[in-house]
Design a protein around this ligand. Structure first.
Ligand code: SAH
Ligand code: DHB
Ligand code: MG
Length: 220
């Protein structure tokens, strides 16, 4: 199936996300710097752009920057004056991201904070919150805590998006010993149990295989 998913992803990607030298350059820079190719796909980038656009988000929080590919999509979708805070553990990833964001011309809209997100999230409570849209895409083991922080840093109407909640379907394995899968399972249980959230999951296939996004909105 992977071949077909790739073909279809390229079919729609070629039509709906026109060739973009700066985005391609960012992916090339990531590769040359040895970063893992675990960024979202271009159609998924377009999906994040769509969410920023329909939600009217002006303040965005991203947890897990990597080389800034998703950050670029989010930043470009912002209205004038919009801002993104993006949290990244690895200083090397952050350095590559900074160069990519500068090259694309959106660095002035992005605040990159380096360190373990669980240490840096509390700093945002007084300074940058509430956020209008929060994209969770860092280590999967910490997704439950990231959801906790997302709620703390939100307001009614905030959109919360989490990448990689399907993990090639491993999420349905009850005794899975992979801590990433366990993190995503616990995250989904918390989503389900949280009365302040209304949530769904969108399974995805494409050039990056089989995975999915959790999508939630803060009700109160
Ligand atoms: N959002 C990116 C991909 C992120 S990959 C994109 O789609 O382009 C996940 C990133 O989370 C990696 O760069 C990894 O270094 C970072 N990460 C892992 N653990 C983290 C932590 N505890 N705090 C912050 N970032 C973390
Ligand atoms: C991994 C992380 C991601 O954010 C992703 O989109 C795909 C894979 C990983 O850590 O394996
Ligand atoms: Mg991801």
């Amino acid at each position: 199936m992977q071949d077909l998913w790739t073909k279809v992803d390229n079919y729609f990607g070629d039509l709906l996300t026109p060739a973009d030298e700066k985005l391609d350059a960012a992916l090339l820079a990531n590769e040359q710097a040895g970063l893992p190719a675990i960024d979202i796909t271009r159609l998924q980038g377009k999906f994040l752009e769509f969410l920023v656009c329909i939600s009217g988000a002006r303040r965005v929080l991203e947890i897990g920057t990597l080389g800034g590919y998703s950050t670029i999509w989010l930043a470009r979708a912002l209205p004038e004056g919009g801002r993104i805070v993006s949290l990244e553990l690895d200083p090397h990833h952050a350095e590559v991201a900074r160069a990519n964001l500068r090259n694309v011309g959106v660095l002035d809209r992005v605040e990159l904070i380096v360190g373990p997100a669980l240490d840096t999230l509390p700093l945002l409570e007084k300074t940058a919150a509430p956020f209008d849209l929060i994209f969770i895409d860092a280590d999967k083991q910490s997704y439950p805590q990231y959801l906790h922080w997302a709620l703390k840093l939100s307001r009614p109407g905030t959109v919360i998006v989490a990448d990689n909640v399907v993990r090639e379907g491993k999420v349905v394995e009850p005794d899975c010993d992979d801590p990433n899968v366990q993190g995503v399972q616990r995250f989904t249980e918390l989503l389900a149990a949280e009365p302040r959230l209304s949530a769904t999951v969108l399974q995805t296939v494409g050039t990056k295989g089989y995975d999915g996004f959790a999508l939630a909105v803060v009700l109160s």
